[in-house]
Ligand binder design. Structure first.
Ligand SMILES: *Cc1c(COP(=O)(O)O)cnc(C)c1O
Length: 396
């Protein structure tokens, strides 16, 4: 079914405006990136201010002021002291993969070349990230180009794989607390801590993909905090700049950093860099984003909004054809069914929501509600109402 494209022209807070002057609530935070709303004065000012100094200079053999300041902030927030910049979530994962592999080479365990990832995982759309991913619909077509990944679905299968093959395993990658693109699927509580323990026990690297969950989405600054886990490598992107500019970071332990040190002729360098690595505008936006968390006590204020979202989702649970309702912090999901994907019921519900002035995207039969943190009670109510009405209209 063809539909008119919505062409966005401007925005403010949680509201997007199209070229026809129609307004929509941004109910998936512009694909999970936006945090404090569009055109937040503080972030806008920081980018403009940075523009008056410099937009970009190379990060190869050079550094820059906002990149250094941001690295310090990220280190303090995550407990991971070393920061490697790149451009988006996928590249942050590529960096984690390559860094893990080279880490073991430097440690003279070059046989550790395999990665473990979870069933239905999503880690991005570049080839390394696609290899790590486990969603056939997105990934099957590219199989000839992908490397083998050991696929597990729970702690028991992870333990088995690690017990049998730990000598050849470079790292274990996981989306902490919740798998996003899989359809907002929650891990059992405690699984993340178990993964950390197993990685410690079998001496392999734990890679946390916090690209979606990072920066408050699950109610804490990082999802890993909720199970007191510090991974060896952590990828962040989407919310890093508050949803303003593409920027990503892969954070690492001091131990990982140290094995890359050596004399020039040892060539221990991590040979990976992008033209826009450490981009000043992005780093300035990210610094302002983190400053807003402090100034506006974002995480504290989010608590009541998370409770409101919970209430709203509970209302949706009563609807016929709603088979499950899930929430993790400020991520909400309403699953309808049972429908085949070909029936496009999720797409139809979102189309109805659009008619009611609310924009989001389905994942198959799962409707995602993931508002910017600045959303008002009234706006959140409108999102929930639009969702409920649309489910009723489409599913009966
Ligand atoms: C979005 C996402 C990615 C990929 O990030 P991009 O910036 O789109 O490349 C990786 N991992 C997770 C968990 C994501 O949600």
């Amino acid at each position: 079914m063809a539909e008119d494209p919505v062409i966005i022209a401007s925005a403010e807070g949680a509201v997007l405006r199209d070229t026809e002057g129609r307004e929509y609530l941004d109910a998936n935070s512009s694909i999970w990136t936006n945090l404090h709303g569009h055109r937040h004065p503080r972030i806008t000012a920081a980018i403009k201010d940075q523009l008056d100094r410099i937009a970009h200079s190379s990060f190869l053999g050079l550094s820059n002021v906002p990149a250094i300041e941001l690295a310090e902030k990220l280190a303090a927030l995550t407990g991971l002291p070393r920061v490697f910049y790149s451009d988006d979530g996928s590249t942050a994962i590529e960096v984690a993969i390559k860094m893990s592999l080279q880490y073991w080479r430097h440690r003279r365990q070059a046989g550790r070349t395999k990665f473990v990832a979870f069933a239905d995982a999503y880690h991005g759309d570049t080839l390394g990230a696609v290899s790590m991913g486990g969603i056939d619909l997105f990934h099957a077509a590219f199989k000839p180009l992908l490397f083998e990944v050991l696929r597990v679905r729970d702690v028991a299968s992870l333990q088995k794989v690690l017990r049998e093959q730990h000598d050849s395993i470079a790292g274990v990658c996981i989306e902490p607390l919740i798998q996003g693109a899989a359809g907002m699927r929650l891990w059992p509580r405690g699984l993340l801590a178990d993964v950390r323990q197993l990685c410690d026990y079998f001496d392999t690297l734990m890679i946390a993909d916090e690209v979606m969950t990072g920066f408050g989405r699950t109610g804490t600054m990082f999802a890993c905090e909720q199970e007191k886990v510090v991974p060896d490598l952590m990828a962040v992107a989407k919310g890093l700049t508050g949803g303003y500019l593409p920027l990503a970071a892969t954070m690492a332990t001091e131990q990982i950093f140290n094995v890359f040190l050596g004399e020039y002729e040892e060539f221990k360098t991590f040979f990976h860099g992008h033209s826009y690595t450490g981009n000043q505008l992005g780093c300035a936006a990210a610094l302002a984003n983190l400053q807003v968390f402090e100034d506006e006590r974002t995480l504290e204020n989010l608590k009541s909004k998370i409770a409101n979202l919970k209430q709203g989702l509970e209302q949706c649970r009563q609807l016929s054809h709603v088979v499950d309702v899930r929430q993790c912090g400020f991520i909400g999901a309403v699953e309808i069914g049972p429908y085949r994907i070909e029936e496009q019921m999720g797409i139809k519900v979102c189309r109805e929501m659009r008619q009611r002035g609310v924009l989001t995207r389905p994942i198959g039969n799962v409707i995602v509600l993931m508002p910017p943190y600045c959303v008002t009670t009234e706006q959140l109510e409108r999102m929930v109402t639009a969702l409920a009405e649309s489910v009723r209209a489409v599913c009966g």
